[in-house]
Design a protein around this ligand. Structure first.
Ligand code: SF4
Length: 398
């Protein structure tokens, strides 16, 4: 095998079956059904295109984070999926997953940069402290802000994974003591993709990296640098509880009747109507309904700057009109017994309608009879004409 094998060569050497790889490609296509050039064509064509590509080198740095983004990459329901993802990309430096530490880790980072200068994808997890010259976090004796700038300088592209790396996330919550910021606030001159989420879905990362190395370009981004294939729609559009929202059926508290019946969580502070993310269509850990709303927890809007950590958990977001029950008709109307007055009125109306119907039918019958008589007269007249051989019937003189 060459020093820089293709993805297909590497998978074969690692004993990964073609079937598992095709399944992964199928999941990628389901993650990004639109807006991702990579997913055009059949799953076999996509698998072929990815297989021919050299494994992308990825350097992964951690800053002010909880490691949740890494956890979501590894905690798949089937361990094979995590291994498969790590086989498809070449994770050349990752502080949480590598055995080395201290000077050895520093040497590993230098060597990963030197081996793939200008070609690697830099993934950043966590926010960057900027206050007081970045003194609040250092790696190898250097402020975090300097480390991220140095490593980004030789990267082909930068991916900010998670809400902290995208715009500061939890560490930037008021009063933001460390001056936490997202990657795009501290580096420039490089293509940067934001994959916000707390945590984000790992398939969005894999799809973005593979799009870049297979097609040679980043996926289309929205105004906040998020790939449109994953962040173009709000959760509310594809939420399985949407029918309850439209019908005005809301849970008001955890464990109440509406909550037990799976009704809409809007009145419990669900931020789904303003949150752009694919959680409602691509669940976590490959388990159906494994996502906040699927588990009965209101969406906190973790992919939206200015929503999560800025609004109260149970505060409701503004929607197009006032509270839905005031603007949508109820689906059930109450019914009761018929009162005597109402029965009399119904009887009177029914009698009037019945009488009018009888009169109309009589009129119709008379007109029918008149019509029959007219036809008979015409026939008799025609017979007389025939008998007279077409001569006009002589008018008898009185
Ligand atoms: Fe789903 Fe939340 Fe919208 Fe209700 S408000 S339909 S729970 S996204």
């Amino acid at each position: 095998m060459s020093k820089h094998p293709t993805i297909a060569e590497h998978l074969e050497a690692s004993g990964v079956s073609r079937r598992s790889f095709i399944q992964l490609c199928g999941m990628l296509m389901a993650t990004a059904p639109v807006g991702l050039a990579l997913t055009k064509g059949s799953v076999l064509q996509v698998a072929q295109a990815i297989g021919k590509t050299k494994r992308p080198s990825v350097i992964w740095l951690h800053f002010q984070d909880c490691t949740g983004c890494t956890e979501t990459l590894l905690r798949t329901s089937a361990p094979d999926v995590a291994h498969l993802i790590l086989d498809v990309i070449s994770l050349d430096y990752h502080e949480t997953l590598m055995a080395a530490s201290g000077a050895q880790a520093e040497a590993a980072l230098r060597s990963a940069i030197a081996d793939n200068a200008g070609k690697y994808v830099l993934v950043v997890e966590g926010s960057i402290p900027t206050r007081d010259d970045g003194v609040y976090m250092e790696l190898g004796g250097k402020p975090a802000i300097q480390v991220v700038r140095d490593v980004a300088a030789q990267a082909a592209a930068v991916i900010a994974i998670g809400s902290c790396a995208s715009w500061g996330g939890v560490p930037s919550a008021d009063p933001n003591p460390t001056g936490a910021m997202g990657v795009n606030s501290v580096i420039s001159g490089k293509p940067i993709v934001n994959l916000p989420g707390c945590p984000p879905n790992p398939y969005n990362l894999l799809a973005t990296v593979l799009e870049y190395v297979t097609m040679g370009k980043l996926p289309a981004l929205d105004e906040f640098g998020r790939p449109k294939f994953a962040y173009e729609r709000v959760i509310h559009e594809n939420c399985p509880r949407r029918a309850h929202f439209d019908a005005g059926r809301f849970a008001a508290a955890f464990g109440d009747e509406g909550h037990r019946k799976g009704w809409c969580l809007y009145k419990m502070g669900c931020k789904g109507p303003v949150t752009h993310a694919s959680c409602s269509t691509r669940h976590f850990n490959e388990i159906a309904d494994c996502w906040p709303i699927g588990l009965g927890i209101p969406c906190v809007g973790c992919t939206e700057k200015g929503v999560v950590w800025s609004m109260g958990t149970f505060e409701t977001v503004p929607i197009h009109l006032a509270t839905p029950p005031d603007t949508y008709p109820p689906i059930y109307s109450g019914t009761g017994g018929i009162k005597v007055g109402a029965a009399a009125l119904v009887g009177a109306v029914a009698g009037a309608v019945g009488g009018a119907t009888w009169v109309a039918s009589q009129r119709f019958q008379s007109s029918q009879e008149a019509g029959v008589e007219r036809v008979a007269t015409d026939r008799a007249h025609a017979e007389k004409l025939k008998a007279s051989s077409g001569k006009p019937i002589e008018k008898k003189e009185d």
